[in-house]
Design a protein around this ligand. Structure first.
Ligand SMILES: *Cc1c(COP(=O)(O)O)cnc(C)c1O
Length: 393
C-alpha cells in the first residue's frame, strides 16, 4: 500500500526533525518498489539504477523472495546461533555449494560492515598476526574495524584514532604490495572491483601476484565481495573471473534480498574459531537465511549472473558510444558500471533524477550505475537515452 504525504503527514519534514544528519537525503520520499522501479509518495516513478544502494540484485519485491519472507515471518523470525536451525542449516549448505573452492566455513552477520569485522577478526585469529593491508580508494564499511580498512579521509578523520596496524597501498600496484607484505601481515583485504572508490576493476595478474605473495609470506587474502557478489559482475562471485581464490570472502548487500544480512566465509582448511569469541544476537537469523536461500534460487533459475554479463557489456558499449566532452572513460564489470566524468557528478545525478533515473555517485566525479540484474532491456535503453540527453551527446 502506498502512503501519501499530506500537510499533516509530511514525511520529509518528519524525518528532518529526527535524523542524525549523517546521511544526506535526496528530496524524495520513496514508498514503494517493484522490479527495477521506485515510486515516491507523490506518485513520481524512477528507474532504479542504484539497486537501492547496491543490494537489490534480484530486484524489488521479487515474488520468490517475498513469498519466502512471508512464509518464514509467520514461522520463526529470529533465533540466536546458540541453537541449530533448519533455515540456517539449509542456507549454509546452499551458500557453500554456490561458492567456489573450499570457501565453506560461514560466520553470518547482519550487514556488510559486520561481515568485514568478522573477516578481520578471523584473519588475526588464524594467523596470530595483527597487520592488515588495504587499498587506497578501498571501501569496507563504517564500523571501527571496517573503517580502519576504508581509505576515504572524509569517513575516517572525524573518528580517529582508529584500530591500529592498518595500512593502505596503491590498488593494482604489485610492486608496492611486494614491498609491504611481511611476516607481520595477517591479511590483505581488497575489492575485486572497487565500488564506492570509483568503480575500478582490479587486474587479474595483480590478484594472482597478491595471492602468490600472501602464500609466500603466510598472510591471508580477503576479498570484500559485498558489492561485487551475488551476480553483480557477471559471475555469481567476482573472484570467479580470476585465476585465484581468496582465503576469506565477505558478502552483504544482495545476499539477503533486502533483509539485512552479511557473511564472512573462509576456506574450510583454515578451521574454526574458538567457542564464544564472536557472535551477534541476530546473525544468521532464520528470516534472513530464508530470504537468502530464495535469492540464491532466483540467481540460478533466472541465470542472473549471465544476464548481468550480457546487459553490462551492452550498457558499456552504448555508453562508450556517447559522444560527450563530459565523459572521460566508461569502465566496469557486468552491471557494475562507472562513467568517469570530467566535472562533478552531483548536477548530473540531479538532472537524471529529473528525468526519472535514480543513479549513484562513486566519489565526486564518477556516475555509478548498479541496476537490479532483472532490469528490462527497454528500461536499460531508456537509461542510456537519458544519460545521452543529460551529458549532451
Ligand atoms: C557497502 C559495502 C560495505 C559495507 O556494507 P554495509 O552493509 O553498508 O555495512 C563494505 N564493503 C563494500 C565493498 C561495500 O560496497
Amino acid at each position: 500500500m502506498t502512503t501519501i504525504s499530506s500537510p499533516l503527514n509530511n514525511f520529509s519534514e518528519m524525518e528532518k526533525a529526527h535524523f542524525s544528519g549523517a546521511v544526506p537525503r535526496r528530496p524524495f520520499t520513496l514508498v514503494r518498489a517493484q522490479g527495477a522501479r521506485l515510486w515516491t509518495d507523490d506518485g513520481r516513478e524512477f528507474i532504479d539504477c542504484a539497486a537501492a544502494h547496491g543490494w537489490a540484485n534480484v530486484g524489488h519485491s521479487h515474488p520468490t523472495v517475498t513469498a519466502a519472507i512471508q512464509r518464514q515471518a509467520a514461522t520463526f523470525v529470529a533465533t540466536h546461533e546458540g541453537a541449530f536451525n533448519d533455515q540456517r542449516a539449509l542456507w549454509m549448505a546452499e551458500l557453500s555449494t554456490a561458492l567456489p573452492g573450499d570457501l565453506s566455513r560461514i560466520q553470518p552477520a547482519n550487514s556488510g560492515a559486520e561481515a568485514v569485522e568478522a573477516a578481520l577478526k578471523a584473519a588475526r585469529f588464524f594467523t596470530g598476526r595483527t597487520e592488515i593491508i588495504a587499498a587506497k580508494r578501498g571501501f569496507h564499511g563504517r564500523t571501527f574495524g571496517a573503517l580502519s580498512a576504508t581509505w576515504n579521509k572524509k569517513y575516517r578523520e572525524p573518528f580517529a584514532p582508529l584500530v591500529p596496524d592498518f595500512r593502505h597501498v596503491t590498488f593494482n600496484d604489485l610492486a608496492e604490495m611486494e614491498a609491504v607484505i611481511s611476516d607481520k601481515t595477517a591479511a590483505v583485504i581488497l575489492e575485486v572491483v572497487q565500488g564506492e572508490g570509483g568503480v575500478y576493476p582490479g587486474d587479474p595478474d595483480y590478484f594472482a601476484g597478491v595471492r602468490r605473495l600472501c602464500d609466500e609470506r603466510g598472510a591471508l587474502l580477503i576479498f570484500d565481495e559485498i558489492q561485487t557478489g551475488m551476480g553483480r559482475t557477471g559471475k555469481l562471485f567476482a573472484t570467479e573471473h580470476l585465476p585465484i581464490l581468496p582465503d576469506i570472502i565477505t558478502l552483504g548487500k544482495g545476499l539477503g534480498g533486502g533483509i539485512p544480512m552479511g557473511a564472512a566465509v573462509w576456506r574450510d582448511s583454515l578451521g574454526t574459531l574458538d567457542a564464544g569469541i564472536h557472535g551477534s544476537t541476530f546473525a544468521g537469523n532464520p528470516l534472513a537465511c530464508a530470504a537468502s536461500r530464495a535469492v540464491l534460487q532466483v540467481m540460478r533459475d533466472e541465470k542472473l549472473p549471465q544476464r548481468a554479463a550480457r546487459l553490462g557489456d551492452w550498457l558499456m558499449t552504448e555508453l562508450r558510444a556517447i559522444d560527450s566532452p563530459q565523459i572521460r572513460e566508461v569502465r566496469g564489470l557486468g552491471l557494475m558500471v562507472g562513467v568517469q566524468l570530467r566535472g562533478r557528478v552531483t548536477p548530473v545525478l540531479k538532472a537524471l533524477a529529473d528525468e526519472g533515473i535514480w543513479a549513484l555517485p562513486a566519489g565526486p566525479t564518477v556516475l555509478r550505475l548498479l541496476p537490479p540484474l532483472v532490469i528490462s532491456e527497454e528500461d536499460l535503453q531508456t537509461v542510456v537515452e537519458k544519460i545521452r540527453g543529460v551529458l549532451g551527446g
